[in-house]
Design a protein around this ligand. Structure first.
Ligand code: GSH
Length: 216
């Protein structure tokens, strides 16, 4: 890990950003948080694109020349050697299985719907697109529900970054008009996640965080 303080380019309403904030808080690692307002094009400035050519937050600055993007890759990096990532190769790969599931089968539908409905706040304008996100979104939730009917957490009956990753957008799925009431095992699992030590909610700022002032 780098010698200096970690810097996180972030956007407070973002679930992808929240994954990283939650893990850093639970590991007890201080970090500097820089708010990048994605709604005001702040991911499109030459300065930011120079740091992350993909133009997306979250972005972790480990050193002045070491950057890491993709929320789940950041989770793997930060959880290395901690209780949040198993050491056993099969269990590690199982964690990654759920991280890839989150990115391919969950986030593109559940986070997207929340973005259009609650972050952009344009449910009418994007009505048709939101409708198309319903079926694959509910399919992802059903897969989670089936797994959680027999398990406390996603891997090895322990809280890992697989839970952090899937929790981020699942627990606010209602903000994208997904009804979680039909998923009792997910609801129980979300309660278990919220009881983990040093849990913080999505828009909460923790004691270890110091926000830099950004010019907007
Ligand atoms: N796969 C990426 C997705 C990151 C992402 O979609 N970031 C959004 C906010 S949640 C963003 O920065 N959007 C601004 C833009 O695309 O300009 C991850 O998991 O980190």
């Amino acid at each position: 890990m780098g010698m200096g303080t970690l810097r996180l380019y972030d956007f407070l309403p973002s679930g992808n950003g929240y994954k990283v904030r939650l893990l850093l808080t639970q590991i007890g690692m201080p970090f500097e948080r820089i708010e990048i307002n994605i709604l005001k094009g702040k991911t499109r400035t030459p300065e930011f694109l120079n740091k992350n050519p993909v133009g997306k937050i979250p972005l972790l600055e480990i050193d002045s020349d070491k950057y890491l993007s993709e929320s789940n890759a950041i989770l793997i990096y930060l959880s290395e050697g901690t209780e949040f990532l198993p050491y056993d190769p099969y269990l590690r790969a199982k964690v990654m299985q759920w991280l890839f599931f989150e990115q391919f089968s969950h986030e593109p539908f559940i986070a997207k719907s929340r973005y259009l409905v609650s972050i952009l706040g344009k449910p009418e304008e994007y009505h048709q697109l939101i409708e198309q996100l319903r079926e694959p979104g509910y399919a992802a939730l059903t897969i989670m529900e089936n797994h959680l009917q027999n398990h406390l957490f996603f891997v090895n009956e322990r809280y890992t970054i697989a839970d952090i990753s899937l929790f981020a957008y699942t627990h606010v799925a209602d903000e994208g008009e997904f009804d979680l009431h039909q998923f009792p095992a997910i609801i129980d699992w979300m309660e278990r996640v919220k009881k983990q030590p040093s849990y913080i909610s999505l828009q909460e700022k923790n004691m270890l965080t110091f926000d830099s002032i950004t010019v907007s």
